[in-house]
Design a protein around this ligand. Structure first.
Ligand SMILES: N[C@@H](CCC(=O)N[C@@H](CS)C(=O)NCC(=O)O)C(=O)O
Length: 250
């Protein structure tokens, strides 16, 4: 019997939720090691040289980076396609995904969620609401303008729900969880597109799980993931202390 796919990373991470949503969309079973970023031990560094989550383990193959993982899954399991097959559509989807992973990540994850939630929680810094409000006022509009231009009038970016749609939408739950005032009503097409993606079964479920995972302490964790039918690995790669990795910016 072949071992099931294993994913390392807490679904609170938007990049992990992107991978899990693709797995769920494709109906691929997986087990999870819900590692909180920065808490990985030396074994984690061996698996993920940049110490970033998500990591996918498929037998002898160990992959990091959500884009690499999602492309691998789509090539290895083409059943329910998560990338368009037409070359031009594929290129458009890749650009949207890249924009989400880099610029949306810079603004919504590293500019808002990390200083609002991750850094105070793991590195015991104070939350600076004035700095968060500045990011929302100065950086969010430019990002939303791009999404407003990119947003399809209805449906998804290139037909059916795909990796690029998911890569974009995942960041907006983290924005809400950051509890900063941000009104997306100025960008109605983008807001409707994001809401449409968030309402799809895989992402609605993963967002609900992740929101609860943010507040559940270690002993209650297994029960929470069991409630969502996500099996956990027997022994994970969690270390004792938060450490910064080669790419850490917080
Ligand atoms: N481009 C990477 C980004 C992954 C990423 O930044 N993950 C964060 C958690 S949301 C992380 O593990 N950061 C660890 C660090 O910054 O040291 C991907 O798409 O997988």
């Amino acid at each position: 019997m072949t071992a099931p796919l294993t994913v390392i990373g807490t679904p609170v991470s938007p990049y992990v939720r992107k991978v899990l949503a693709v797995l769920e969309l494709k109906g691929l079973p997986y087990r999870l090691d819900p590692l909180v970023p920065f808490l990985g031990n030396d074994e984690f560094t061996r698996l993920s040289p940049l110490r970033s989550i998500p990591v996918l383990i498929d037998g002898d193959l160990v992959l990091t980076d959500s884009t690499v993982i999602c492309e691998y899954l789509d090539e290895a399991h083409p059943g329910t396609a998560t990338m368009p097959r037409a070359i031009a559509d594929r290129a458009r989807a890749r650009w949207a995904e890249e924009f989400a992973d880099t610029r949306l990540g810079d603004v919504l994850l590293w500019g808002v969620f990390a200083p609002a939630i991750t850094r105070p929680g793991l590195f015991k810094t104070d939350r600076d609401d004035a700095a968060l409000a500045r990011v929302v006022a100065e950086d969010l509009p430019g990002v939303m303008d791009v999404l407003e231009a990119l947003a399809p009038g209805a449906g998804f970016l290139t037909g059916s729900l795909g990796t690029a749609d998911l890569a974009i939408a995942v960041h907006f739950a983290n924005l809400r969880w950051s509890r900063v005032p941000a009104d997306l009503g100025r960008w109605p097409r983008a807001a409707a597109w994001i809401a449409h993606i968030e309402a799809t079964a895989p992402l609605a479920r993963l967002n609900a799980l992740s929101e609860r995972a943010m507040t559940v302490r270690y002993p209650g964790r297994a029960a929470l993931f069991a409630e969502f039918d996500i099996p956990l690995v027997d022994a994970g790669v969690t270390g004792r202390e938060a450490r910064r990795g080669p790419m850490t910016t917080i």
